[in-house]
Design a protein around this ligand. Structure first.
Ligand SMILES: [Fe+2]
Ligand SMILES: [Fe+2]
Length: 200
């Protein structure tokens, strides 16, 4: 992976650099759904990203509901464990496949976009650290709540407040990454679908 300038790191930038977005101008988001080439790889990619967005919203909402007394710990625990577990593990798997299969294949097919793949690769490293941190905070809340459920005071609300802050930060970088990745990759897939076997 090539080094990425500070202003292009995930916490700083506000989108992909415009010199990487020629294909997005040719295939703007508003036309993706109506393009027959969306079916297959591009559609699957977007659906995966939508699942991550939804799980991130659902885990944040469940945590807020717990903190504000709208959800009992007994109801929260199994819901939260399932959704947060799915979000973090599936995201790690998704990034692994992108890093080791799709990004190298796409960068080889479109060398002018190499800088974009370096940016996305760097994002994955940052998100990986966030996943570890979020997983630890989630485990702490589950332990604290499990203690409360069985009659011990685990100071769960203090732990839940810390987790809520981490989810907010995680959500911000996740949304930036998913949008920028789609802006780079979906137009590339649409352009290449008919004539390049790497894009099917
Ligand atoms: Fe990614
Ligand atoms: Fe992705």
């Amino acid at each position: 992976m090539n080094k990425v300038d500070h202003q292009l790191t995930i916490a700083v930038r506000r989108g992909m650099p415009t010199d990487l977005l020629d294909l997005l101008r040719k295939f703007p988001r508003g036309r993706w759904a109506g393009d027959p080439r969306i079916h297959g790889l591009a559609e699957g990619w977007i659906q995966r990203h939508e699942m991550f967005r939804e799980l991130s919203v659902l885990t944040a909402k469940a945590t807020a509901d717990l903190r504000e007394g709208r959800l009992a710990a007994e109801t929260f625990l199994p819901l939260f464990q399932r959704r947060m577990g799915l979000l973090l593990s599936e995201l790690e798997t998704h990034h692994h496949v992108e890093d080791h299969h799709y990004f190298p294949a796409f960068a080889a097919a479109a060398p002018k976009l190499q800088k974009g793949f370096d940016i996305l690769d760097n994002d994955h490293d940052v998100i990986h650290d966030s996943i570890l941190s979020l997983n630890q905070a989630s485990c702490e809340l589950i332990a604290a709540l499990s203690g409360e459920v069985s009659g011990h005071d685990g100071d769960a609300m203090r732990v839940a407040a810390r987790l809520a802050g981490k989810i907010t930060g995680f959500d911000r970088v996740l949304l930036r990454h998913l949008e920028d990745e789609e802006d780079l990759i979906i137009p590339l897939i649409l352009e290449r679908t008919r004539d390049d076997p790497d894009f099917r």
